[in-house]
Ligand binder design. Sequence first.
Ligand code: AMP
Length: 277
Amino acid sequence: MQVIRSIPQMLAVQYTPAAQVGFVPTMGYLHDGHLSLVDAARRDCDVVVVSIFVNPAQFGPSEDLQSYPRDMDRDLSLLQKHHVDYAFLPDAEDMYPEGYATWVEVSGLSDLLCGASRPNHFKGVCTVVLKLINIVHPHCMYMGEKDFQQYFILRKMAEDLNLNLRVLSCPIIREEDGLAKSSRNSYLDSQQRQQASCLYQALRNSRQMVKAGECDAAKIIAAAEAILISNNAKVDYIQIVNSTNLMPVDSIDENSRMLIAAWIGKPRLIDNMLLKA
Ligand code: AMP
């Protein structure tokens, strides 16, 4: 595995002609969720590139940029074990030099759901991912369904900007009790860690209600909210949307997906599930 820290060096990489290049953008502190994307890229592509970059532009002023967990040595050894060809680790100063002024925004979609409580978050995500795509030149980019809105927005960006790129999604990887794996789970103390599986419980309960014949989105959301509140979670949002356009729905069909964001103490967790699978 080649470890590349400089943008000009990554730009200069000459892939074998006709090689399919798979790309996995991450913020590091890798877990099995990230590694499932790496494995999917390894399975499908000739060359696998993984970036690790904690992107300052997607953190709000009162968010956890400084404390975001980092362990580069461990990350690099995991990537090596998963047969990655290139680990790209750019510096923030090189990605956003003084005078940096260009931003990418997918309007509308970026204000919904997580965008409502994290203004500018998706602008930061789209900007960094487009920059990384321009540096890495992949044919396929692998994203986790865990961040469903992010995947949806980046797919839209790729389509709108005619990027010659397939944006692929991979299933959510979970802990044994259902909690979606996340670098931010490391913030949870042992009591919060126990409570944190309530997001998954609320999603599972919603899916069961649908299986039992409930179609009314408002009733399903109310039941999910009760589960979160009884576990001391502070709800940011619980919404049921159409997976094909992210618009809220009143009545459940095959495309209905519940998305949840909630604080368990200080850490804010997100999760989602298709309700009629
Ligand atoms: P992050 O490092 O949090 O920016 O995540 C990098 C990529 O890994 C994103 O595409 C995430 O959606 C994906 N990812 C994070 N957690 C999981 C998970 N539990 N299962 C599947 N993919 C995940």
